[in-house]
Design a protein around this ligand. Structure first.
Ligand SMILES: O=P(O)(O)OC[C@H]1O[C@](O)(COP(=O)(O)O)[C@@H](O)[C@@H]1O
Ligand SMILES: [Mg+2]
Ligand SMILES: [Mg+2]
Length: 335
């Protein structure tokens, strides 16, 4: 069978042994994400037709106005994972605290916890611009058979066993890693099957796209200002392009295909940065590193940060290896 026509299911079965998915649980988690993504995708594609546009009227723990689609996507992913009894705990951007998941026999025998941003890029929902879902999977630390604790969720990113995203764009894709490279699957909506369309995805080492919300420029650290000025330097033939979609998943995905860097630095509005370490930065960092890219907080490796809070925020510089290194150089020189 020609590589590119392989379905997600076939890919998982073929790689089950190779990737040592322990007892198939990890592959069942990926399959659950696949199923939930199809349900959310159906709604995203109809958002303009059904009453799923606009604010839900509540604020989440982040102090952000939840959008109806945030709430819907959160419910679909959480319910799918609970119903399939394959994780022992779930943490979400939209939930104040983590959720303990018991088996139908009230056991706590599953091995994995999952953390997720059910809908990334919420500011784009009402304007018909691409959105995403991000997930991160860890093996639990506390003993099997006992309820999960915060210790199971507050693990450094280097402990991740899987991470991925769904991008609801011109086509819907599932891109994920289990620590053996990054593979992208595109949904054929006519038959509801994901096909291996982007095997072994790699970040170009260099690139000429920088993604940052330049509206915050005056509030950025000097090192970031200097890096942006470097990208805009006059003396060259303007080798850089500024592209900012406002959905982390979309900016990341474009940069991974074309080469580029995404930056969400600290600013007066976001003194610790805006993006959340556990379910945005860690999973995207895992994917970036597995694709040969780099992810730091401007000074150190994202995946080595020891989390202290479920919703903690960190500055995020992620993308083509040499571009991130260059940005870090400007950060160090400005210290
Ligand atoms: O509008 P800003 O401040 O530039 O922030 C855009 C960033 O915020 C986010 O939308 C945050 O994610 P959520 O939409 O899940 O809250 C990122 O996807 C995006 O890159
Ligand atoms: Mg997000
Ligand atoms: Mg979100």
């Amino acid at each position: 069978m020609e590589e590119r026509n392989k379905t997600l299911g076939e890919f998982i079965i073929e790689n089950q042994k190779a990737f040592q998915y322990s007892s198939g649980e990890l592959s069942r988690i990926i399959n659950s994400i696949r199923l939930a993504a199809k349900v959310v995708n159906y709604k995203v594609n109809k958002a303009g037709l059904v009453d799923i546009i606009g604010a839900a009227g509540e604020q989440n723990i982040q102090g952000e106005d939840q959008q109806k689609l945030d709430v819907y996507a959160n419910e679909v992913f959480i319910q799918t994972l609970i119903n399939r009894e394959i994780v022992c705990g779930i943490a979400s951007e939209e939930n104040d605290d983590f959720i303990t998941v018991q088996g139908s026999d009230n056991s706590h025998n599953n091995k994995y916890v999952i953390l997720m941003d059910p809908l990334d890029g919420s500011s784009n929902i009402d304007v018909n611009v691409s959105l995403g879902t991000i997930f991160s999977v860890f093996r639990r630390i506390t003993p099997i058979g006992t309820p999960v604790t915060s210790e199971d969720f507050l693990q450094p990113g280097v402990n991740q066993v899987a991470a991925g995203y769904v991008i609801y764009g011109t086509s819907t894709m599932l891109v994920y890693t289990t620590g053996h490279g990054v593979n992208g699957f595109t949904l054929n909506p006519a038959i509801g099957t994901f096909y291996l369309s982007h095997p072994n995805m790699k970040f170009p080492v260099n690139g000429n796209i920088y993604s940052v919300n330049e509206g915050n420029y005056v509030h950025f650290p000097q090192g970031v200002k200097n890096y942006i000025k470097y990208c805009q330097r006059e003396e060259e033939d303007r080798p850089y392009t500024s592209r900012y979609i406002g959905s982390l998943v979309s900016d990341f995905h474009r940069n991974m295909i074309k080469g580029g860097i995404y930056l969400y630095p600290t600013s007066s509005k976001a003194p610790k940065g805006k993006l959340r370490l556990l379910y945005e930065c860690n999973p995207m960092a895992f994917i970036a590193e597995q694709a040969g890219g780099k992810a730091t907080d401007g000074f150190g490796r994202i995946m080595e940060i020891q989390p202290t809070e479920l919703h903690q925020r960190v500055p995020f510089f992620c993308g083509s290896h040499n571009m991130v290194e260059k940005a870090e150089q400007f950060m160090a020189e400005a210290e």
